[in-house]
Every structure is written in C-alpha cells, then in structure tokens.
Ligand binder design. Structure first.
Ligand code: HEM
Length: 122
C-alpha cells in the first residue's frame, strides 16, 4: 500500500511507517519522485505540493527532512535543517511563540497531506 514499504531500498532501514533521518532523505523529489517531510515527529507525503517542495520549489530544503525548526522560525534557511546523519532536533530551545507557529503549520499539514509514518532516530 504505502510507498514507504514498496520503496524500501538496499539500505534496509525503512520499517513500515517508520523513517529515520537517513531513510526520509531519499524522499526529496529527485532521488525518489515522492516528497516526504517530517513535522513534529510525523512524516507527511507532500508530493501533491511539488511546486513548493520539489527540486526547484521555494521550500525544496524541507524535502526529505524534518522541517519542524524551519516552520517554527518561519525560515527555509539551511541552518534550520539538520543533515540526515545528525540526531533528530529536540526543539527544546523554541520559545512559546515559535511553538505556536509550528503548531499552526502542523495543523496545515494535518489538513492537507496524508500521514505516512513517524520519524525515529537513525
Ligand atoms: C518571501 C516570503 C514568502 C512568500 C511570498 C511566500 C508565499 C507563499 C505562498 C503564496 C504560499 C501558498 C499559500 C496557499 O496555497 O494558500 C505559501 C505557502 C507556504 N509557505 Fe510561504 N512564502 C514566503 C515565506 C515563507 C517562509 C519563510 C516559509 C518557511 C517556513 C514558508 C513556508 C511555507 C509553507 C510550508 C507553505 C505551505 C505549502 C503547502 O501547502 O504545502 N513561506 N507561501
């Protein structure tokens, strides 16, 4: 059913519904056609938003990554995005305003895109 299982690669680390930063990274719209992003530990299939997250889209940095910090800080700068070999951002330093912003975006993703799994450590 889900592309997450169909496309399990030789890396072998993708368990159904469960992505690590490394396995999520493949869903960046060029290694794989599908585009997934994580928000607060939940992975969404944002392929329908390819014009936003696809390789030449304004938010391409988020594709295949945890976008939580960028959404909290309203920034698509690279410094808000961790490399796929890093631990998951614990977001502990966010202010209440940042968390409000992040929660607003989370609601947007929940309404618009299907959930395909959760994000767990590499
Ligand atoms: C330069 C200023 C910006 C402009 C002109 C802009 C413009 C837009 C527009 C027109 C949309 C579509 C809204 C809709 O479909 O209703 C959008 C969506 C969005 N923007 Fe921006 N934006 C800007 C900055 C940012 C920044 C800094 C972020 C970083 C978090 C961001 C993240 C998003 C996201 C996540 C979406 C939703 C895409 C989706 O529905 O999947 N935008 N933006």
């Amino acid at each position: 059913m889900s592309t997450a299982t169909e496309n399990t690669s030789t890396e072998g680390a993708t368990v159904e519904g469960s992505f690590t930063p490394k396995t999520l990274f493949k869903y960046n719209g060029h290694d794989m056609q599908e585009i997934y992003i994580a928000v607060k530990g939940v992975v969404y299939d944002v392929s329908a938003g390819r014009s936003f997250y696809g390789p030449s889209g304004p938010y391409a940095n988020f594709a295949g990554h945890d976008a939580s910090r960028g959404l909290a800080l309203n920034s698509f700068d690279a410094e808000c995005i961790r490399d796929f070999d890093q631990p998951i951002d614990d977001l502990k330093d966010l202010t209440p305003e940042d968390i409000d912003s992040l929660d607003g975006w989370e609601e947007h993703f929940q309404k618009k895109y299907p959930v395909v799994g959760t994000l767990v450590e590499n």
